[in-house]
Design a protein around this ligand. Structure first.
Ligand code: NAD
Ligand code: UGA
Length: 461
């Protein structure tokens, strides 16, 4: 395909949940730029070129269709695209390290470093390299070292532009972000590169929402933002356990405290626990960095956010087993929702994985239902093969079941005909609302024994 001749070439390395949507937004709002997204995963690139995008994200296909093959291109040709690019966003995965020094905590930077070396190898002129991936603070220094210790006479200016979009709302988050953060070195070349990036985002984002800082603050702010968000969930979830003991209602408590402008009302929904590819990984990364600097109390403080999350997941499934007369062996349990949140097919770190595995360990018969996440769920539960049934239709999933557990807050679960569902189930029928989204009084009236987060249970026995 012939690319337009333009002198403003943007490349993004990594066509995942971040690379694809962010570049689509830039292409849409900056028609004079040519934006190319490359990946080593050919199947992913092929999917971006089709109408079956590799990720489910509401509204994304419409945006992609407006710009694809106009000024947005997807390709597996990495070397030539690096050569041509003026600005390169690096948006590869940075998972938690599973081996060697720092295993289980530190970020695994192998994909990121490989990318940096590829950039160096293929480049023939100066470039701006933008860290889009979430990286440990001070990574830009290593990036600088790898890129600028070259004998090609090429200068690479490294910027940090962390991404704050959330899955399920990526399109809206990119269209109207609370802020865009751009960190640079405070040198002449650093400030000039920073300005170029500011100018790109200023095409559609009010200038006062484009925040600039030094490169270390930008890197660290990303980890801290995720840590604070996750901390709010662990805080409210820890209180949900107390509510269950005291007849306080977690929704009422969240509402009452959230009305204090200093606390704020968002992100106070108690749940079965937070999932997603980033909260746990980024907090572990923060913990590792703090430990490395000898800040053990700081490390322990943030680690407790993860511990409470694990406690919440554990306590949810333990309660299921306990109230079902201490055994789920041979009982059919329908899991409504497997994605880590609604409006995504992503299941990375989903609490549903933990719940499903625990129930199978107890010899329960698990039926997984989800409108978008079944392909990923099958992958997550591969080891259990035929022992798990996958059924997208919740009515069929619940047929003959002893219990339902709501694990994802999909809107469709709020409006199901629960009388019809109840009539098709074994009795006593249990419902465990891990997202507090259902009308519990109505379910109780129908005949269900209802267990929820942060409120006393409604039981018929
Ligand atoms: P992802 O796994 O969906 O995508 C990363 C892509 O990079 C993959 O398709 C992989 O094949 C590709 N890749 C890896 N090495 C490569 C190489 N050498 N050359 C070309 N392509 C390569 O990951 P993601 O969810 O998009 O996350 C990317 C980064 O953004 C992570 O650091 C993450 O922490 C951060 N982040 C993610 C989100 C989110 O909502 N998922 C939000 C904000 C920030
Ligand atoms: C999160 C952040 O919100 C984004 O700003 C960030 O860019 C992203 O991580 C990232 O770095 O990857 P995401 O994980 O996609 O986004 O989704 P969230 O909406 O933050 O939800 C995370 C988890 O917390 C979900 O499992 C969700 O169900 C749970 N959650 C959220 C609660 O249990 N209660 C709440 O009140 C809010």
């Amino acid at each position: 395909m012939a690319h337009k001749k333009v002198d403003k070439r943007i490349l993004c390395i990594g066509a995942g949940y971040v690379g694809g949507p962010t570049m689509a937004a830039i292409a849409l709002h900056c028609p004079e730029y040519e934006v190319t997204v490359v990946d080593i995963n050919a199947a992913r690139i092929a999917a971006w070129q089709s109408d079956e995008l590799p990720i489910y994200e509401p509204g994304l296909l419409d945006v992609v269709k407006k710009v694809r093959d106009k000024n947005l291109f997807f390709s597996t040709e990495i070397e030539n695209n690096i050569k041509n690019a003026d600005i390169i966003f690096v948006s590869v995965n940075t998972p938690t390290k599973t081996f060697g020094e720092g295993a289980g905590k530190a970020a695994d930077l192998q994909y990121w470093e490989k990318t940096a070396r590829e950039i160096l190898r293929a480049s023939e002129h100066d470039k701006i390299v933008v860290e889009k991936s979430t990286l440990p603070v001070r990574t830009a220094k290593a990036m600088d070292r790898i890129l600028n210790d070259n004998n090609k006479g090429i200068h690479f200016e490294v910027l940090s532009n962390p991404e704050f979009l959330a899955e399920g709302t990526a399109v809206a988050d990119l269209e109207h972000p609370d802020r865009v953060l751009i960190g640079s070195h405070e040198s002449e070349t650093g400030l000039a590169a920073r300005k170029k990036l500011v100018d790109i985002f200023a095409h559609w984002i009010p200038r006062e929402r484009i925040v600039t800082s030094n490169v270390w603050s930008a890197e660290l702010s990303k980890l801290v933002a995720n840590a604070f968000l996750a901390q709010r969930i662990s805080s409210i979830n820890s209180i949900s356990a107390l509510c269950e003991k005291t007849e306080a209602n977690i929704s009422e408590v969240a509402h009452a405290i959230g009305m204090d402008g200093r606390i704020g009302s968002k992100f106070l929904n108690a749940s079965v626990g937070f999932g997603g590819s980033c909260f746990k990984k980024d907090i572990l990364n923060l913990v590792y960095i703090a430990e490395n600097y000898g800040l053990h109390e700081v490390a322990q403080y943030w680690e407790s956010v993860i511990k409470i999350n694990e406690y919440q997941e554990r306590r949810f499934v333990q309660q299921m087993i306990k109230v079902m007369f201490n055994t789920v062996a041979g009982k059919k349990i329908a899991l409504f929702g497997f994605a880590f949140k609604k409006d995504t097919g992503d299941t990375r770190e989903s609490p549903a994985i933990f719940v499903a595995k625990k129930l199978i360990e107890e010899k329960g018969m698990v039926i997984v239902s989800d409108p978008k996440a079944i392909p990923n769920a099958k992958n997550d539960l591969l080891e259990f093969g035929e022992n798990i049934v996958y059924e997208p239709d919740p009515y069929k999933a619940a047929q003959g079941a002893h219990a339902i557990a709501i694990l994802t807050e999909w809107d469709m679960y709020k409006t199901l005909d629960y009388k019809r569902i109840y009539d098709s189930m074994e009795t006593p029928a249990f419902i465990f609302d891990g997202r507090n989204i259902l009308d519990h009084d109505r379910l109780f009236e129908i005949g269900f024994s209802v267990f929820r987060i942060g409120r006393p249970s409604l039981t018929h026995f």
